[in-house]
Ligand binder design. Sequence first.
Ligand code: CA
Ligand code: CA
Length: 276
Amino acid sequence: MSSTSYEFSLRAASAALLFASAPALLANHPVVLEGNCNVPPAGSSAAAVGVCGDWDGDGVIGVNEDNDGDRVFGTFTGANGAAGANNNGTITIVTSGVFAEPMMLAGNITVQAAPGVEANFDAVLQGDAGSGARMGISGVTINAASTRFVVLRNLTIRNWTVGIQVNGDSKVLIENCKVEHNTNYGIWAADSSSVLVDSSMVIATGRRVNPGTGDYPAGMSPMPGNGVEFSGMATGAVVDSTVTGSVGNGITDAERQGLHGWSGSAPEEHGIRQRP
Ligand SMILES: [Ca+2]
Ligand SMILES: [Ca+2]
């Protein structure tokens, strides 16, 4: 090998090493998400320093917190956007609040509330004109490749049409979540997804009264109002969880594809409490 080609090889190797050690475009991005309180209302962007919800004490919340260049975000949309976790990282919610934002997840992402924090992903935000439209869509929609894994941990998801909808080949862990008052499904695992529901509560699916969207199920019919459904080729398990108050079925494995720990066995044996 000539000295020139050796030098070239050395440079190429160094460049390759440099490239390999440089942060990849989609490196894991842990970010934190501030909550918001009733005063000032969710959607506000400016606040007195230290106001409820202003976790980092910079006097900035909401959309403005999304755009001030740090790793603290003020909306879920911002925290999950290009400057945030970007569907490849961890979003940790550090102060309690209502997030009237649908969640679309497609990557290796963990969305979690810190211990003691109540993160309420609620279609209804008092006084907000968008509440009616949000009640007609899914709260969390996960459609990720089979090579990815999504975690929802310590979240409350309420008042949507479907609380958590899982499509495609998605692989999902739903841990310590409370899913309540969603009209059609609490958790719906469809297509070829794989979903583990652990230590969670799915409550009052198909039961919601609202002057704008109607009275479920007295005047409006949930379709179908099932707490947890595995349909299509979806598989998974429900463990150490409570499913109660559903208008339709509590837990159903529509096509019997293999709901581990459920089919053919008493639910209580597997830590599932299903009550009418
Ligand atoms: Ca702040
Ligand atoms: Ca920020």
